[in-house]
Design a protein around this ligand. Structure first.
Ligand code: CTP
Length: 217
């Protein structure tokens, strides 16, 4: 497919504020999101990049910076229909504080309870609301890698899920499994840049299949 496509890529960590100076977040570097965006841009595609705060953002993309999971959700819903292919590699916090305290919380008792509320599952929303689009997600698992990834593929109505094990965290080279209804492609001990290219190529291939199936129906 030589056609210029629009990719919507969700990347980086979200930050969930407890009070004005404290938050819940995670160590996501956004490197895979960056590699995905760079490869797509290099291949002539348009990229809308919605990202939590990271050290490095891709160039030549439409950049939407967000902080919380709710911000990312709102921005994603707004852009969803403009994209051909949606990929979420964002490390979205599963929960946010039930109540934001306007002023810094003062210490008092020896222990405190923090009530958390579930955040929306953004890629699941995209999967359930897609129309002739490809939606891909990631699955980070420390056990039952492929079984859990396949469950997420189905429950989130994704076209592709990239399953990563413990060895993906913080290393430049990693092993990834590209899981779709066509089966599993294992990419062993390669750079994140290399894997990003394979992911983009695979999403484009799946989109071509959807379009040609529709044209022949
Ligand atoms: N994801 C999302 N919104 C959330 C949580 C996750 O869009 N609130 C996306 C991630 O960007 C990723 C996929 O869902 O593409 C899987 O994320 P992962 O953290 O592996 O799994 P969860 O769905 O959060 O489930 P669990 O933590 O129970 O494994």
């Amino acid at each position: 497919m030589s056609k210029k496509l629009t990719f919507l890529i969700l990347s980086g960590p979200t930050k969930e504020y407890i009070d004005p100076v404290r938050y819940i977040s995670n160590e996501s570097s956004g490197k895979m999101g960056l590699a995905l965006a760079c490869y797509a841009v290099k291949n002539g595609h348009k990229v809308i990049f919605i990202s939590g705060e990271v050290k490095e953002y891709p160039k030549r993309v439409e950049l939407v910076k967000v902080t919380t999971a709710l911000d990312m959700f709102k921005a994603s819903k707004f852009k969803l229909q403009t994209a051909d292919i949606i990929i979420s590699v964002a490390a979205v916090a599963d929960y946010r504080p039930a109540k934001f305290q306007k002023h810094k919380i003062k210490k008092s008792d020896n222990s405190m309870l923090l009530e958390l509320k579930k955040n929306p599952d953004i890629v699941k929303y995209c999967g359930k609301n897609k129309s002739n689009q490809v939606v891909a997600g990631f699955a980070f698992e420390t056990q039952n890698l492929l079984a859990n990834a396949k469950l997420k593929l189905r429950s989130k109505k994704l076209d592709l899920i990239v399953a990563n094990g413990r060895d993906s965290f913080g290393y430049d080279k990693t092993t990834a499994h590209l899981v779709s209804s066509n089966g599993v492609i294992k990419i062993e001990n390669r750079s994140k840049k290399f894997i990003a290219g394979k992911i983009i190529d695979e999403t484009v291939r799946i989109l071509e299949n959807i379009k040609s199936f529709k044209n022949n129906a």
